[in-house]
Design a binder for this molecule. Structure first.
Ligand SMILES: Cc1ncc(COP(=O)(O)O)c(C=O)c1O
Length: 449
């Protein structure tokens, strides 16, 4: 039997925190770019990173901890986001699985996720034995469409995972309202969104918990992989910690509580495990890098916003009408994980692949398309998650819902616009690289004008 946490012990209340640093609220065009980029080490690893790694190496490796690096990173992260609890993980996928397990999601349940996301958002639902229900996205923001979420809520729905895709916060107010009406847990997938705001609240502080990824492409990285959950609920946070760290009974949400004290673990009579858990624990070396990156996060985000403003300038200056720039609705700020446009293939006269190749020919470092809609990925078509399709959560006798498989046109908006999506990179760490991309885009636009 899965432990059940209801909305009553997951009150949604903490989104009163405003932007931590003025740097992020000013127009990126007003920033002194040279000064801004002087804060970004070209390899993404600077003096501070080396210092903190050195502290870990000097302290050596104990059973679980070193130089209190996990505790230091978690408390700094919580402070940065203005929340009481930050729980480190070794990836931004383990984070979401731990959240779902802690919320009691399991066989028989449905979880609503956008189909336009990285597949991990949906994999974690399958991994806890539940059924992902895919929602369509708004073609202007590329984020999950609350109206489609409303249509897809059933008596079996237990949770919603809105994704702040490409760095723009999803439309959270209607999602929280729907969740409140149906007692649903909301886990924000903020893997691609750092320090952006929705109605004055920092993305990640609106749902019952939020997941961040520190994988290498993200705004900040903890050495190529890593993740963090934030929440303001101690009980929920404690259960997330336990799901992520072997279900150890005495672990909690507070910073650094990712290992059991010596006197407990050495005592033969100590009963260790009161929940099922994985090992998604972050290492001290990852935490050292994460802490250093966190200390320059304002600049890392400001640089991405600056780069986005430069792409926009190129599109405006060249009067290009066939690249449709990203849309930031009123009341939101964008953190530009990528600068995501739609290309009007009819107007430019070439298809997406040719456009991308021309961009590369003109010196650009490539551009990403959208991921395939998750419901059309081969594994969601074969349903062979656990071998035979009959073993999928959709056929579990405890599941009484109607979702037995996924088809084309389940999410028509995404299926139609996603082939025209152009994600320009915003992770350049030097101004020279920024200029190269701008020159390439300018030349590509002129090529077709
Ligand atoms: C939207 C989204 N969700 C989840 C993840 C998974 O994060 P990780 O790679 O850290 O497991 C990613 C990372 O690529 C992502 O972009």
């Amino acid at each position: 039997m899965w432990a059940v946490l209801t909305i009553d012990n997951l009150p949604n209340r903490f989104g009163t925190h405003v932007m931590p640093n003025e740097l992020l609220t000013i127009d990126p065009r007003q920033l002194d770019a040279v000064e801004l980029f002087s804060h970004l080490p070209p390899t993404r690893c600077g003096e501070l990173d080396r210092q903190y790694i050195g502290e870990v190496l000097d302290a050596g490796f104990g059973n679980w901890e070193s130089a209190d690096m996990i505790g230091r990173f978690e408390s700094a992260y919580a402070k940065k986001f203005g929340v009481p609890y930050a729980i480190s993980h070794n990836s931004g996928s383990g984070t979401m699985l731990a959240c779902l397990l802690a919320a009691g999601v399991g066989p028989g349940d449905e979880v609503i996720v956008p189909t336009l996301t990285m597949a991990a958002t949906a994999f974690v639902v399958i991994q806890c034995g539940a059924v992902p229900v895919f929602a369509d996205s708004d073609p202007r923001t590329f984020n999950i469409d609350p109206a489609d979420v409303a249509r897809k809520i059933t008596p079996h729905t237990r949770a919603i995972i809105p994704v702040h895709l490409f760095g723009l916060p999803a439309e959270m107010d209607p999602i929280m309202k729907l969740a409140g009406q149906s007692d649903l847990t909301v886990i924000e997938d903020s893997a691609q969104c750092f320090l952006a705001t929705y109605q004055g609240k920092v993305a990640g502080t609106i749902g019952h918990a939020a997941s961040f990824s520190f994988q290498g492409s993200k705004h900040m990285t903890s050495g190529g992989d890593g993740g963090m959950v934030i929440t303001d609920n101690e009980l929920f946070g404690g259960n997330i910690r336990k799901a992520a760290v072997q279900g150890y009974r005495t672990l909690g949400a507070a910073a650094g509580q990712s290992s059991i004290p010596r006197d407990q673990r050495q005592d033969w009579s100590f009963k260790r495990h009161d929940r099922l858990g994985y090992n998604f624990r972050m290492s001290a070396l990852q935490a050292a890098l994460g802490l250093a990156q966190l200390e320059r996060l304002d600049h890392l985000v400001a640089a991405r916003r600056y780069i986005a403003s430069r792409y926009e300038d190129v599109i405006l200056d060249t009067k290009c009408e066939w690249l449709i720039p990203p849309f930031t609705p009123a009341g939101r700020t964008h953190s530009f994980f990528t600068y995501s446009c739609l290309v009007d293939e009819d107007a430019v006269g070439v298809d997406w692949r040719t456009f991308r190749q021309t961009y590369i020919t003109h010196g650009g470092d490539g551009l990403y398309g959208a991921c395939s809609p998750v419901h059309l990925e081969p594994i969601f078509q074969t349903m062979e998650f656990f071998g035979l399709p009959e073993r999928a959560p959709h056929h579990d006798p405890r599941y009484r819902g109607d979702v037995k498989g996924y088809s084309e046109m389940d999410c028509p908006n995404v299926e139609s616009f996603r082939k025209r999506l152009c994600q320009f990179r915003t992770g350049m760490q030097t101004l020279e690289k920024v200029e190269t991309e701008m020159d390439a885009l300018r030349a590509t636009i002129r090529h077709y004008s």
